[in-house]
Design a binder for this molecule. Sequence first.
Ligand code: UD1
Length: 422
Amino acid sequence: MDKFRIQGGPRLNGKVQVSGAKNAALPCLAATLLTCEPVEIAGTPRVRDIVTMEKVLQALGESCQHRAEVTRVVTGTGEAFWAPYELVRTMRASVLVLGPLVARRRRARVALPGGCAIGARPVDLHLAALERMGAELRVEHGDIVAEAPRGLHGADITFSKVTVTGTENVLMAATLARGRTVLRNCAREPEVGDLAALLVAMGAHISGAGSPTIEVEGVEGLHGASHRVIPDRIEAGTYLIAGALCGDRVTVDRCRPEHLGALLEVLEAAGASCSVGVDSIAVGRPPILRPVTIATTEFPGFATDLQAQLVALMTQAEGVSEVTEAIFENRFQHALELMRLGARIEVTGRTARICGPTSLTGATVMASDLRASAALVLAALVARGETVVDRIYHLDRGYEAMESKLGALGAAIERFNPGPYR
Ligand code: UD1
């Protein structure tokens, strides 16, 4: 199993280029199921979640070809409809194929995602919405079975809770439903707007994506298209936090500053002033890092996917920070591992109280989920001595070439594999 070995201490300096957004590429890949024509998606990062989604598409009869950073997806016979558990259990976002499958192939069998490291994460809202659109649903042998022999129809749907992949799943289904669909209380994350941009390029009639209410006028069929996914705001945010933690000056290049507003406000509040360009942001470690009090919320608020990394940063702030996780109920597993490095963190319910600054010391730590892994890497950059981060397969799900990107900034980081059973 691969691990990272990191020697803490070096200051980071230079430019890092952000990859395409994993969470935008995933629904865009699922959307290729809505047409029989080839779809080209540029900027798909080479990370494990994308490979998993490609395997799901292959199980559904599609083929994915790669040319440089463009993924071209070609549909086969269009008859397969089963996304098996072996794939879905490794990535919950596989459920994104449910909406497109039932909309176009009129039936779908998608393994019900089980529990996950950061919380219960049910998909009840996806299912309730598809049911309102005429899909007949049942759970059979651990799979969601959805059938709509006469096709889906439009509906007026209010999500009782904001859900990103739920909004995306139902938005895709609505593009081919008969009549008009109105989706209310939608996720406003930039990845939803990006998916809508691809769907519109494929011939869908959508208005309001990026706002709480999205309206879709169903069409008979969609055609092929080419699309470039937006830059990964979470990857960008992770490197900005690295810059605030131990950067002389780290420039995060090819990002969209308008997607990072909440993080920039928090970094400013912490004393790290950011120079914002058109598609780049530069930041360095301030002389005094100040504590912050924040709560994660849906976009445009502070992203839950940056919470763990912020906690790592706050271990170095001078005073007590409070970070509340409002989206997922069990997303502080990084706290215990950070404490192995010497951090002083107290988790009560959904709030972590971080007392800084602490002088961290290297240790062997275990990654528990994607973003928790990133937090451990960040902390290791400022820990005295050597840190080994185990189970970085979590990190490989969503960060492209993290060791090369951090290495180019001056971090002493290497990937190694001690062999089986270790
Ligand atoms: C997406 C992102 C993930 C991010 C999360 C929140 C992708 C592939 N993943 O995950 O990185 O952390 O948004 O920004 O884009 N919920 C329900 N019922 C449902 C659906 C969701 O109760 O049917 C709850 C969840 O348990 C959670 C909250 O709603 O508490 C938000 O989850 P959701 O936005 O759906 O997260 P994902 O789309 O899975």
